[in-house]
Design a protein around this ligand. Structure first.
Ligand SMILES: NC(=O)c1ccc[n+]([C@@H]2O[C@H](COP(=O)([O-])OP(=O)(O)OC[C@H]3O[C@@H](n4cnc5c(N)ncnc54)[C@H](OP(=O)(O)O)[C@@H]3O)[C@@H](O)[C@H]2O)c1
Length: 274
């Protein structure tokens, strides 16, 4: 095993059952970390039973998500967290158990809840770094508002882009909100890579994706870059980093807009916080 001196370091990776998340799980295990992951599917990784734990949870249910993360925090204290779980928006508007738009909840709101629970539960004695996977399309996002909750305004690509902008803004927001804590957050643009992300799309998308997948980047390569940024680089708190480890621009919105946006989101997760 490599780097046995970091054997006691712990990481939580959401969505570790497929694609980039699975590659991150395998990479961190091979580097000697204790890895906790989440997903709806099951996953066994032979030879790592003592340093690997999977919790089954569906992020389209906020109460279940909060219960599971609180349970995880009872047994584990993390050095690193990667907000990786995510979906490409379904073609048609889809509601979660909580009555919210599906992409917005799974990609963004559930992760805001997860991060807040971990930050609240975890003592501020050891440093915590949180990375969140955004996407190159966050630049296409329209605005900071929850208008996509309105079914008639739903456009699946735009809804995905919006969710990824919110993820990037979340990192900036947490960095500012907890600047006195021993916490660093950043978002990461992985580029485009082959994975299982097409699964909520229609048959034509499946077909085109399978043709293009062999020409896309491999998620194992992206996992290595993220590993290096997370564990080895001096980070600017709240920044967005590219696959080339460069800081990218994240536009500013009017304070009145972002204040209203965060209030709406915190009102939604407040009932589930510790
Ligand atoms: N693929 C790309 O080109 C690309 C580009 C830019 C950004 N990204 C981002 O990269 C991240 C990883 O995606 P990927 O491409 O590796 O996709 P993937 O292979 O589909 O993996 C997605 C992961 O998220 C989990 N997940 C999905 N829905 C969930 C739900 N409702 N509740 C809990 N977990 C859920 C899945 O686990 P279960 O199915 O077991 O629940 C799976 O482990 C996502 O945030 C995605 O937006 C991907």
């Amino acid at each position: 095993m490599e780097n046995s001196f970091i054997e006691n370091k712990k990481i939580l990776i959401t969505g570790g059952t497929s694609g980039l998340g699975l590659e991150l799980v395998k990479l961190f295990l091979n580097k000697g970390y204790y890895v906790v992951t989440t997903g709806r599917k099951s996953l066994t990784l032979q030879g790592f039973e003592e340093r690997f734990k999977l919790y089954n949870v569906d992020f389209s249910d906020l109460q279940l998500t909060a219960k599971t993360i609180k349970q995880i925090c009872e047994s584990h204290e993390f050095d690193f967290v990667i907000n990786n779980a995510g979906i490409l928006s379904p073609y048609r508007y889809t509601s979660t158990n909580d009555g919210l738009e599906y992409t917005y909840q799974v990609n963004f709101l559930a992760h805001l809840l997860i991060n807040e629970i971990i930050i609240i539960k975890q003592a501020d004695v050891k440093p915590l770094k949180i990375a969140a996977i955004t996407s190159p399309v966050y630049r296409l996002a329209r605005h900071v508002s929850k208008s996509h909750q309105n079914e008639s305004e739903y456009r699946h690509i735009m809804t995905y882009s919006d969710s990824k902008l919110y993820v990037a803004l979340m990192c900036r927001h947490l960095a500012a909100a907890y600047h006195e804590r021993n916490l660093k957050t950043f978002s990461f643009i992985p580029g485009i890579f082959g994975s299982g992300i097409y699964r909520m799309q229609g048959k034509t998308f499946h077909f085109l994706y399978r043709i293009a997948a062999p020409f896309m980047r491999r998620p194992s390569k992206i996992a290595i870059v993220l590993f290096e940024i997370l564990t080895g680089m001096e980070l600017t708190n709240g920044a967005v980093y590219s696959i080339r480890k460069k800081k990218k621009h994240l536009r500013k919105f009017k304070t009145s807009l972002t204040d209203a946006f965060w209030k709406e989101n915190y009102d939604l997760i407040a009932p589930f916080l510790p």
